[in-house]
Design a protein around this ligand. Structure first.
Ligand code: DAH
Length: 376
């Protein structure tokens, strides 16, 4: 087909397609020519009524018109798209000299870091990590730890009790029913571990505990770690060595000196309070050294003792065969002493600035070979 023979409608359509300014205008052109009611479609329909000779002549002509229009539409579409892209690229200027936005980076809370350090240190001495529920019953939290219902030590714990209803009645003292509470210490994990695994046993149990108490050094929720060893022939010497080894590794000092003072806990007999010697370094109390030396002192750090025979019996162990020692210490306290933080409340405020300052990198995994102290 030469230009001279070209259908004037085709010439007009091609011009309109070439002039279409956007996708909608182009689509209108497509519908006008190739749509169901379009003039090319109408021309195609006329082929049916033609004689074979006429059809042979007109057929290719109409098909060629259709192809020319389709091609023109495709070409215009591509041109419009690339023009739009050019325009966007020209408008969206990226200034590579601007500083990149800082993406917030999380950090490991000092309490979690210290718990990981404890797990690492005690794993090396053959201790497994045990856990127990924070919503505990009074049998595990008190009774089985040799604190019967009337025991005064129960009152000292400022316990959060649940308003438990049994058969529409309050649980009555002496009824044998268990009252639910938020555990006041990690010691109930001693009972749960002995009941579940029997003896021998070596566990630490870090976790959250709760007491109705609040000031600069007390928060209603805080953290403890419990330690328990049950075996044959266990005595106070094992307890002292274990605590000494633990504290030297934790504080990364060989000059940690312990002082064991007689004390009282219902679940240990005898019970000892463990003090650690400290010295004044530039106005700060730093652990280490003999607390009796001039300028030095003793700081009470943890409670411990030999597991009371009655506790072993409550947990189903024969106290004539098995002995053990236990200890309990505040994890928050350990973190404060090691990393020099002085307000316990800041631990649980959730202030991102505090965490950014005192938090640890997730890559700072405590290991005995690499050091349980964090890189600072
Ligand atoms: N459970 C005690 C408390 O919260 C701490 C404690 C003392 C734990 C002596 C022990 C222990 O295992 O032997 O005050």
């Amino acid at each position: 087909m030469t230009t001279a023979e070209q259908d004037p409608r085709l010439t007009e359509a091609l011009a309109a397609i070439a002039a279409a300014g956007d996708a909608d205008a182009l689509e209108a052109q497509r519908i006008a020519a190739l749509g169901k009611q379009g003039w090319v479609s109408a021309a195609l329909k006329t082929l049916g009524g033609m004689s074979p000779e006429e059809r042979q002549e007109q057929g290719p002509r109409i098909q060629a018109t259709r192809a020319a229009i389709s091609e023109a539409i495709e070409a215009r579409k591509a041109a419009l798209e690339s023009a739009a892209l050019e325009a966007r690229l020209a408008a969206e200027v990226i200034d590579l000299t601007l500083p990149a936005p800082v993406s917030p980076k999380g950090s490991v809370h000092p309490v979690s870091q210290v718990m990981n350090e404890l797990a690492e240190i005690f794993a090396d001495m053959g201790f497994a990590v045990a856990t127990g529920p924070e919503i505990e019953d009074d049998w595990h939290n008190f009774t089985a730890l040799n604190m019967p219902e009337s025991h005064p030590a129960r009152a000292m714990h400022d316990t959060f009790y649940f308003p438990q209803q049994v058969d529409a009645q309050e649980v009555q003292p002496g009824s044998g029913q268990r009252r639910m509470l938020l555990r006041t210490h990690t010691s109930p994990v001693q009972i749960r571990s002995m009941v579940e695994h029997g003896a021998p046993l070596r566990i630490i149990a870090p976790g959250r505990v709760y007491r109705s108490d609040s000031d600069a050094t007390h928060t209603p929720m805080f953290h403890q770690v419990e330690g328990l060893v049950i075996d044959r022939g266990i005595h106070l010497g094992h307890l002292k060595w274990t605590l000494e080894t633990f504290l030297k590794a934790f504080f990364e000092r060989d000059d940690i000196v312990l002082r064991l003072r007689p004390s009282y806990f219902p679940f240990t007999e005898p019970s000892v309070e463990v003090d650690v010697g400290w010295q004044d370094v530039g106005g700060r109390r730093v652990l280490g050294g003999d607390g009796d030396a001039p300028g030095h002192g003793w700081m009470e750090l943890l409670g411990s003792g030999m597991v009371n025979r009655r506790v072993l019996e409550f947990a189903g162990l024969d106290p004539d065969q098995w002995q053990g020692f236990a200890f309990g210490v505040g994890v928050d306290r350990l973190a404060m002493l090691k990393y020099g933080m002085d307000d316990l409340r800041a631990f649980f405020d959730g202030d991102g600035r505090w965490l950014a300052h005192y938090g640890f990198s997730a890559f700072d995994q405590p290991t005995l070979s690499g050091g349980v102290g964090a890189r600072q």
